[in-house]
Design a protein around this ligand. Structure first.
Ligand code: HEC
Ligand code: HEC
Length: 500
């Protein structure tokens, strides 16, 4: 009988808590510690009825009071989680209560033992455990718990004590990149697509750098943005098609991200389907083949990862983690990828018209002249970043298998670092720059969409440049001057995750 009085007190307490939960909309603080549903109390209710002087209210209907927040686990390490949160999850219910769980999409090595989720996660990923409380009267209440199993090999980023410089104030774009320098071809605009609402800040780009290199952005922690956009390959990939988180090939060749900031119409992807960079950067995360996440799933993972709250606070003033902030930080980092130290750039060091004779070999000078002149490359690959103002069809095929932005039109990529990031074009069809130059020299196809600049008059036959072998070699030599080794090894842009 010694258990009867405490048990009575507990039933009343539960009823009080339940009513409080109703009147406070469920935002209930725990009222006490007497929440252990031990075996002893389960034997008492009958005696309790006879003890009561007045009829007691029957235990309230079981209710979920405070849902479980998502919890993190690590693949291969034992995991235990009390789904009652020490009694805070459910209130009411007539003893004895039992719990059971359904796992979606699968249990991943976990099971429910009593009121505890236990086990050792087998693979990285997220699951939902739908747990149900059933009381002695057969009444139920349920909660859903998200469990994120992280890969065991993940590490923390190591960042400098004082943030690296990324903002325009601290690392201004050189005049020739801004398009303001004399000697930059007339009629082209610098075309900076940075929106006024998302200027690059040092803390924002730092967060973007961490996100960009973090494998947690993919469903199974295998792939980061940097897996397909590798710094040493000019933020592109040497594979013709890259592999997503589960090994599936991408539909097109990975794009080099240098100078993404400088594209006047501000659209992204080979076919320009993303209207802004802010919109673009969230798409690979949610792509079923590339990273395989939902935005909710992403936010859950980032909130469970301790180093993110301070990075978001530094970047945006509070540690709230939202998809909008993820997008803005990633876009800031991508816009910070502007190479400025190639030999080509050195020709602009004097501040006036470029002095190519001072930095180039005679062959490279010839290539530069051909690029701007007879070979006609600069008509599309314009200004000092070799970008265009809109997508065009450069005559790869008379009948394109991939329509791109319509009629075989594709975004004109900046040619920075092009020499170290073969293969080329949206489908990676060319393995060398020699093949690319040979194509423009004698391989352009006339199709319905072929750009008129590559035809001899409207509706005409494709141009044939008739370059000599020396001229073709000179063009390739010029393209090699666009390699920026400082950029390709810049610690500000590098993978901050050590030891993997
Ligand atoms: C599995 C490989 C893969 C991953 C992972 C990946 N990308 Fe890409 N990325 C590509 C491919 C392929 C394209 C071109 C796709 C197309 O145009 O259809 C591309 C295009 C882009 C572009 C467009 C560039 C331009 O000039 O239009 C940007 C920006 C970009 N990715 C950024 C990112 C960011 C940020 C992440 C991480 C959140 C990321 N990518 C993750 C493969 C990948
Ligand atoms: C009419 C516009 C136009 C002209 C002229 C032009 N290009 Fe291109 N260039 C493009 C487009 C569009 C692409 C991307 C096409 C695709 O992937 O389907 C491209 C792609 C390239 C690439 C591959 C870049 C990458 O990241 O894969 C190289 C290299 C290149 N061009 C060099 C040249 C050279 C050298 C010349 C002059 C001989 C030239 N281009 C003339 C429009 C043009």
């Amino acid at each position: 009988m010694r258990t009867l009085i405490p048990e009575r007190a507990m039933a009343i307490l539960r009823a009080v808590r339940f009513r409080a939960a109703l009147t406070t909309g469920g935002a209930l603080l725990s009222l006490g510690a007497c929440q252990d549903r031990g075996a002893a109390e389960a034997t008492a209710p009958m005696a309790e009825e006879t003890m009561a002087a007045a009829p007691s209210p029957s235990p309230a209907t079981p209710t979920r009071v405070r849902g479980n927040a998502p919890v993190g686990a690590t693949v291969g390490l034992p995991f235990v989680h009390d789904i009652t949160q020490g009694g805070a999850t459910f209130s009411g219910g007539q003893e004895p209560v039992t719990y059971r769980a359904t796992f979606l999409p699968g249990a991943n090595g976990l099971s429910l033992v009593g009121n505890r989720l236990v086990g050792t996660p087998l693979a990285a990923g997220q699951l939902r455990a739908v747990v149900q409380l059933r009381d002695a009267a057969g009444r139920t209440a349920a909660d859903t718990i998200t469990v994120v199993a992280f890969d065991a090999g993940l590490t923390e980023p190591s960042l400098p004590a004082a943030a690296y410089a990324y903002s325009d104030a601290r690392v201004p774009l050189p005049a020739h990149i801004r398009g303001a320098a004399p000697g930059v071809p007339a009629g082209v605009v610098a075309g900076d697509n940075t929106p006024a609402g998302n200027l690059i800040t040092d803390a924002g780009a730092t967060l973007g750098r961490v996100l960009f290199h973090d494998r947690r952005l993919s469903a199974n922690d295998r792939v980061s943005c940097a897996s397909c956009h590798q710094q040493r390959f000019g933020f592109s990939d040497t594979a013709r098609l890259s592999r997503g988180f589960a090994g599936a090939p991408t539909a097109r060749h990975s794009m080099a991200l240098a100078n993404a900031r400088i594209y006047p119409n501000g659209r992204f992807f080979w076919d320009e389907r993303a209207p802004t960079l802010e919109a673009q950067v969230l798409l690979p995360i949610q792509d079923a083949g590339e990273m395989g996440m939902t935005l909710d799933g992403l936010l859950t993972k980032l909130r469970l990862t301790p180093y993110y709250a301070p990075l978001f606070a530094a970047a945006f003033g509070s540690n709230e983690i939202t998809a909008d902030r993820v997008s803005r930080a990633l876009a800031q980092f991508v816009r910070a990828l502007v190479p400025t130290a190639s030999r080509f750039d050195q020709a602009f060091a004097g501040g006036g018209a470029p002095n190519f004779a001072a930095v180039f070999t005679p062959e490279e000078q010839l290539g530069e002249q051909l690029f701007r002149g007879r070979a006609g490359c600069a008509r599309c690959h314009g200004q000092a970043t070799q970008v265009a103002v809109a997508a065009v069809n450069n005559g790869l095929d008379a009948a394109p298998a991939d329509a791109g932005a319509g009629q075989g039109r594709f975004k004109v990529p900046s040619l920075r670092n092009v020499a170290i990031r073969a293969p080329y074009m949206h489908d990676g069809r060319f393995r060398t720059l020699e093949e690319v130059v040979a194509f423009y020299d004698s391989g352009v196809q006339a199709g319905a969409g072929t750009d008129p600049r590559l035809l001899q008059g409207p509706g005409g036959t494709p141009i044939r440049l008739g370059l000599s072998a020396a001229e073709r070699a000179a063009l390739v030599a010029f393209l090699r001057t666009l390699t920026d080794d400082t950029f390709l090894a810049d610690p500000r842009l590098a993978d901050p995750f050590a030891g993997r």
